[in-house]
Design a protein around this ligand. Structure first.
Ligand SMILES: [Zn+2]
Ligand SMILES: [Zn+2]
Length: 203
């Protein structure tokens, strides 16, 4: 297992390499292996759903080539180091997570290193998958075709008028609405309005 080129790629945007990036590379490689996929780039044959953002994802990106920009990577922020790898052609999904005692396992695997951080750095690069990871098949609650959607599908929200892509609209009481208009979104409108061009739906 030669991790070095992937670790270099992962740390290129970072000031340094850290244990979470290494876990991202290891988990990314384990996901590819579990799905039986080898050739990176995968030309959209795989979708990765990461359960956190941050350094971990940089490692996953380095190992898989999947990115948000290519719509092959999504973040469901559970604040967990874990990711699910989906074969978009078959819908088969595999979730890979570190074992819950992975830190203790790392300290045991690098007994000569008293500094915990460096023990993790060493051990995460050398421990076999079966000593540090949990890999299991999962079933997506939203089918892969719905997550990926189709290109060129667009509607406008009946309330705010903004365009919605990728079939993310919600039908409610005969209206076609965007998620923040139909449910609570991640923001609420505040008082100050900087600039607004009247939209057709609002006139
Ligand atoms: Zn980092
Ligand atoms: Zn709306």
């Amino acid at each position: 297992m030669n991790l070095q080129p992937l670790l270099e790629l992962s740390s290129r945007e970072h000031a340094h390499l850290c244990p979470r990036q290494i876990l991202g590379v290891r988990i990314g490689l384990a996901g590819l292996k579990a799905l039986g996929l080898k050739e990176v780039p995968l030309k959209k044959q795989m979708l990765v759903i990461s359960e956190t953002d941050g350094c971990f994802v940089d490692g996953v990106i380095a190992a898989t080539g999947c990115t948000v920009g290519h719509r092959t990577l999504r973040v469901e922020d559970y604040g967990k180091i874990a990711a699910t790898f989906v074969d978009t052609t078959t819908g088969r999904a595999v979730r890979v997570a570190p074992s819950s005692d992975i830190r203790e396992r790392a300290y045991a695997a690098a007994p000569q290193e008293a500094r915990h951080y460096f023990a993790q750095m060493q051990a995460y690069q050398s421990m076999p998958d079966e000593d540090m990871l949990t890999i299991r098949e999962v079933v997506l609650n939203t089918p892969i075709e719905k997550i990926v959607s189709r290109p060129g599908v667009r509607v406008n929200c009946d309330r705010c008028g903004e365009e919605i892509m990728n079939e993310r609209e919600i039908h409610q009481n005969g209206l076609t609405l965007c998620k923040p208009c139909a449910q609570a979104g991640y923001y609420r409108v505040a008082h100050k309005l900087y600039f607004a061009i009247p939209q057709e739906a609002a006139i």
